[in-house]
Write a protein that binds this ligand. Structure first.
Ligand code: CO
Ligand code: ZN
Length: 334
């Protein structure tokens, strides 16, 4: 079991509240990079210098969560979502605030039909006696992440926040493993992806790479009743062709496929009919930045029990590492 992956997934970092996860990542990578900056929005931009083309690899640090909107007289907290929180996966879960306070999510009515479930009928119970008692430990605007322990059985892992600490893990491992690169590499750990790819937009503008690859999770079609989709756990890292935010640039898609084939790394092609990733914002920056996505198949996305396969993750590291040192042909991007 990778203790770094456990630490990353269990760390606290709802969108806009990335301080804890950011410090963890900076500590992991600082001795392996040539430059390290935190930009005004909080993105980590880490560089491994090389003489060649400028490449940007991005993974988002933030995770979905909840934010306190109101504290009632009895000390129960009302909340809103941070990012895509479904009412079905929120009910009767635990949430954790930055100061370690744990809350349990309850419902204000008897549940007659799951169809009627609404987030605004839910409340967080932190065990407070009343409002004054609650206000001693939490405030309006405090954010919490979901609790979801890390487990591994054979090759399969499950945890909260595999989205997108898997991507952070892959970037960190590539940073640690790469000695020299012919390319000028920018590893960006972005903020606020779950709120609309916000950190990716500004960091891509400042880095302005020749091409970019976002590393993120994607949905699968391999569970009972799943929407038809070719992506499966254990079939290799997925090379994105399309999602709702981007059509991967053919150059980037093809260089990823070529790299995987040359290195004998299994891969699968991905078309996701909904959702987006950081590359959705990156490719629309400045005059346009050719962008693609390396995805890791993950079940039960945006729930505290997301599940992925370690072989896919390890092959994702291999693929990104090979891509990082691949020299661009003389014809460049066309
Ligand atoms: Co997500
Ligand atoms: Zn994600």
């Amino acid at each position: 079991m990778s203790s770094l992956l456990v630490q990353l997934t269990q760390s606290y970092g709802p969108s806009g509240n990335e301080e804890v996860i950011r410090d963890l990542i900076i500590n992991e990578i600082k001795q392996f990079v040539d430059e390290l900056n935190v930009d005004p929005l909080g993105n980590i931009i880490a560089r491994k210098k090389g003489p060649g083309k400028k490449l940007m690899f991005a993974a988002h640090m933030d995770e979905i969560g909840v934010i306190i909107t109101y504290i009632d007289k009895k000390g129960y907290l009302r909340f809103s979502n941070i990012g895509g929180v479904s009412q079905y996966s929120a009910l009767f879960q635990k949430v954790r605030f930055k100061n370690g306070v744990i809350g349990c999510i309850g419902y204000e009515e008897d549940i007659e039909s799951m169809k009627d479930l609404k987030l605004d009928k839910m409340y967080i119970d932190i065990g407070a006696k009343d409002r004054e008692d609650a206000e001693k430990i939490v405030s309006i605007g405090d954010a919490a992440c979901f609790e979801g322990p890390f487990n591994q059985q054979a090759n399969r892992i499950s945890s909260k926040a595999l989205d997108d600490r898997i991507g952070c893990y892959i970037l960190i491992e590539v940073i640690k493993q790469l000695k020299n690169s012919p390319n000028d590499l920018y590893f960006v750990f972005t903020v606020q992806e779950e709120l609309g790819l916000r950190g990716a937009r500004t960091s891509a503008f400042s880095v302005h790479p020749d091409y970019a690859v976002a590393v993120d999770v994607t949905a699968t079609g391999d569970t009972p009743g799943a929407k038809k989709m070719a992506v499966k756990l254990g079939k290799g890292p997925a090379i994105k062709v399309k999602d709702n935010s981007i059509i991967a640039h053919p150059y980037v898609r093809n260089i990823m496929i070529e790299t995987a084939r040359e290195a004998g790394i299994p891969y699968q092609l991905e078309v996701l009919e909904y959702g987006g990733t950081d590359s959705g914002a990156i490719h629309l920056t400045k005059g346009g930045i050719p962008s693609g996505v390396l995805s890791i198949a993950t079940r039960y996305l945006h729930s505290p029990v997301e599940m992925a396969d370690m072989d896919d993750i390890n092959n994702g590291i291999k693929l990104l590492r090979a891509l990082a040192v691949k020299e661009m042909g003389a014809e460049g991007i066309s």
